[in-house]
Design a protein around this ligand. Structure first.
Ligand SMILES: Nc1ncnc2c1ncn2[C@@H]1O[C@H](COP(=O)(O)OP(=O)(O)OP(=O)(O)O)[C@@H](O)[C@H]1O
Ligand SMILES: [Mg+2]
Length: 259
């Protein structure tokens, strides 16, 4: 039964999508069966994996609105051995649709249950908000990985996310999960500036052993890869960005195996 992992931080541009895409590809290199779930209507993970949005007949929005079965929406990524549940702009309208839905917080959880046995890891790329779609993602998850950018105000707003996680933990009895914090991932470290190292210290003081040892450096290959529709691990396998994401995957697998 696959482990379901949400990549979440309601702050925008902290590296959620970059982490989702490259953790997915890196786990696949370790022989893990991986499903990447895009629940952001910006569809950045979908595009970063080289999927042409215009050709999509169905998307995750159809799973939310019960117009399609999850198994019919999942497709294979060309470049890496990863499956994807793709997203598109339609998902942006889902909040108003879900308002009157009885079980609105558990739609994704119920859908993923149908495919969970086919994967070792299911990685959910969340949008930069704590709306109903993110609640669905967290409700479906066993754990949450929080990317934190090594910049000024890195921890700003994180109490809101931590409060949401606590709220989810009390509601999750329904689907027999208990959301834990997988870890805090420091991203986009600029090794030439002091502020990055100050943030590392601050985050480690606050989250202690929950901070991943692997730190993702700022690396231009990471920001170039999406325009080629490739994870950085394929676009530039030996770049610092690629190697750091592969190290993260190894660190995570070791943590999971230790229990
Ligand atoms: N390690 C890195 N080095 C350089 N650029 C990076 C790195 N990680 C991410 N980026 C770039 O920073 C920007 C934001 O990253 P990303 O899209 O992963 O963040 P996000 O948290 O998913 O954003 P959003 O909140 O909009 O969903 C992107 O342009 C991405 O290419
Ligand atoms: Mg994103």
């Amino acid at each position: 039964m696959g482990k379901i992992l949400a990549i979440s931080n309601q702050k925008g541009g902290v590296g959620k999508t970059t982490t989702s895409v490259n953790l997915a590809s890196s786990l696949s290199y370790l022989g893990k069966r991986v499903l990447l779930v895009d629940v952001d209507h910006q569809a950045n993970a979908t595009m970063s994996m080289g999927i042409n949005r215009a050709n999509l007949k169905t998307t995750v929005a159809d799973v939310f609105s019960d117009k399609a079965n999850i198994k019919d929406v999942i497709q294979k990524v060309d470049s890496v051995n990863v499956d994807i549940l793709p997203s598109r702009y339609e998902l942006g309208n889902i909040e108003s649709f879900l308002i009157s839905h009885d079980n609105k917080d558990f739609i994704l959880s119920n859908a993923l249950e149908e495919v969970r046995d086919n994967y070792d890891f299911i990685i959910i790329d969340c949008p930069p908000s704590l709306g109903v779609v993110t609640i669905n993602a967290l409700m479906a998850s066993d754990s949450v990985l929080i990317p934190v950018q090594c910049e000024f105000l890195a921890l700003d707003g994180l109490t809101q996310l931590l409060n949401t996680i606590r709220l989810i933990q009390t509601k999750q009895k329904h689907n027999k999960r208990t959301l834990t914090i997988e870890g805090v991932l420091l991203t986009m470290l600029d090794t030439r500036s002091n502020i990055g190292y100050e943030v590392i210290n601050e985050v480690k003081t606050y989250f202690k052993e929950k901070v991943f040892k692997t730190i993702i450096p700022r690396n231009v290959k990471c920001s170039n890869a999406p325009s080629h529709g490739l994870p950085v691990t394929e676009y530039s396998p030996r770049s610092k960005g690629s190697i750091s994401y592969q190290n993260l995957a190894k660190e995570m697998v070791a943590l999971s195996e230790r229990g």
